[in-house]
Design a protein around this ligand. Structure first.
Ligand code: FAD
Length: 256
């Protein structure tokens, strides 16, 4: 019995290392359809982070056995969100979550989350981060992608040229990005999001600087594939110069 209690405590400790217990500090509108959610916790102090990385947010308590026994709870247990910003000393994550008007657990959480709520979050992870040095950086994506773009842009060495093509539902839905005032902005309106012809057309008409840049494509999966093909086949880019990160696509749940 003592052994099994120890094993249980051991796995709980491991779980708490992977999933830090934290508190929601603030919830505010970042745009009409996006909420800024600030999460703070002692377990979040001093973690390694590179701008562009994401964290796992768990809506169910992973330290409770019942979470793991219910298939419904497990399917909707977590979603992945980019860090808009991270205060390493204070242990403070800033997320920005898009309300896509659906009924997925991520969107539902963003609509109902309140300051004071307990939440479990993972450590920063992922390889969608700035590639430096690069003669310029090209950011292409929609609202959800704008979050990690903001973090990467803020972390670029001063004076690094950056261009972007950003899509949002309507003109009010664009997120302000640090250094992103000159980016091309397009609106999807009522058109099909997957793949987005609007975004692809805007990229097609973009005049790119001379030299080898790095492209960051994130957001809706089919749109990213189409834009990647365009850069490779019509613009002569090489594969290693294009970083891609699919965040969502119709009919699939929680891509990561
Ligand atoms: C690495 C990574 C980073 C991410 N970062 C962010 C971020 O910073 N901010 C953010 O808001 N999301 C981000 N996402 C997406 C996020 O993880 C969820 O997929 C999203 O919040 C939807 O979750 P859900 O539970 O509401 O819907 P799900 O149950 O996952 O999906 C159900 C359905 O909802 C629809 N749907 C999902 N997302 C959208 C959308 N954006 N627009 C229109 N329809 C949609 C699709 O039809 C999908 O099949 C990221 C994803 C990944 C993989």
């Amino acid at each position: 019995v003592a052994g099994s209690v120890e094993a249980k405590h051991g796995s709980l400790r491991l779980l708490e290392r992977l999933a830090h217990r934290a508190t929601v500090e603030r919830v505010e509108h970042a745009t009409r359809r996006m909420r800024g959610i600030t999460i703070v916790g002692t377990g979040l102090i001093g973690l390694d982070w590179m701008p562009g990385q994401q964290v796992r947010v768990m809506f169910k308590d992973p330290t409770q056995l019942r979470t793991w026994l219910s298939p419904r709870d497990l399917a909707g247990m977590s979603r992945t969100y980019s860090l808009w910003d991270y205060d390493r000393e204070a242990g403070r994550y800033q997320l920005i979550v898009m309300d896509h008007a659906g009924d997925g657990p991520g969107t539902r959480w963003s609509r109902t989350v309140q300051p004071g709520d307990t939440i479990f979050v993972g450590s920063p992870e992922g390889r969608f981060v700035a590639r430096v040095p690069s003669s310029y950086h090209l950011f292409i994506g929609e609202e959800t992608a704008a979050v990690c773009f903001g973090a990467i842009l803020r972390g670029l060495p001063a004076g690094t040229p950056a261009l972007g093509v950003l899509q949002a539902g309507t003109p009010e839905d664009h997120l302000d990005l640090p250094g992103g005032d000159g980016f091309v902005r397009v609106e999807l309106g009522d058109r099909v999001a997957s793949p987005s012809q609007v975004l692809l057309d805007a990229v097609r008409s973009l005049i790119l600087p001379e030299g080898a840049g790095t492209a960051y494509l994130a957001g809706e999966a089919k749109t990213i594939q189409a834009i990647r093909r365009h850069l490779l086949n019509e613009r002569g880019w090489t594969r290693p110069a294009i970083l891609t990160k699919p965040f969502w696509t119709p009919g699939k749940r929680g891509l990561e």
